[in-house]
Design a protein around this ligand. Sequence first.
Ligand code: PDD
Length: 280
Amino acid sequence: GIVYLNGEFVPASEAKVSVFDRGFLFGDSVYEVIPFYRGVGFRLEQHLKRLRHSLSALRIPLEKEWQGVLDELVRRNGGGNVSVYLQITRGNAGRRTPVYDEHMTPTVFACCSPIRDIYAAGADNIAGIRVIVTTDLRWHRCDIKANGLLPNILVLQQAREAGADEALMIRDGVLTEGGSSNLFMVSNGVIYTPRLSSEILGGTTRELVLELAREAGIPLQEADLSYEQLLGADEVWISSSTRAVLPVLEVDGQQIGEGGKGPLWLRMYELFRQFHQRLM
Ligand code: PDD
């Protein structure tokens, strides 16, 4: 496919980044994953807002008209349903030194890959998943969408080895989020989710769940949630851009609720679908 690198659209095989790029040497970089359906960015504004937050946390001074770049990238790749990956590193220092010069030119990279339209799929075609719960080994700035993803990769690996699809993480007795998703649970008709802090990523899909729940008058609460509450919940869901909301059927091999996709999950999925249809 065609990728975007530092102002140019080039075939992926021709895109090259220096070995002295700080993204490569130090993970001195941030990213976004943005779904496009029929060539149109979904919740693009929210993703760009979070990107500005990540960039400013790293003090990377970069103002860009992102929408034009990403629309063009998707168009050059034939449009349709794709997930766009956008990464910005602090740039190429020419040598390996942790100290950086404030006037470096950031490296900007974007590519895209096909995804299925989870909203067109229909609830019957969405499979529930299994998760494990494990210790959150990450740093304390998880609100930054940074590329240092080793802890996330290790917990995902742990999930795979246990025959599960995602790992939820827990820190000091409080559930944080999934390796690449946010967490929700339902108890007695109330939706619960961990509150925003620097221990979790402010998911764009999480925000949409909250918006849609509020609009529909479904009670919801942002709170500290324990492992016991999770196991005792009627429903558990995860959310992320490319997966929307997925029902969790099993946590650490133990059945959640009735063991199937819950009624409130189905309602939320339908709310997502309607929201998505209004945009298309
Ligand atoms: N990850 N929490 C973590 C740690 C994440 O990596 C992600 C998304 C989310 C959900 O955020 P959003 O709803 O904005 O996609 C929460 C992306 C998809 C990834 O790394 O591939």
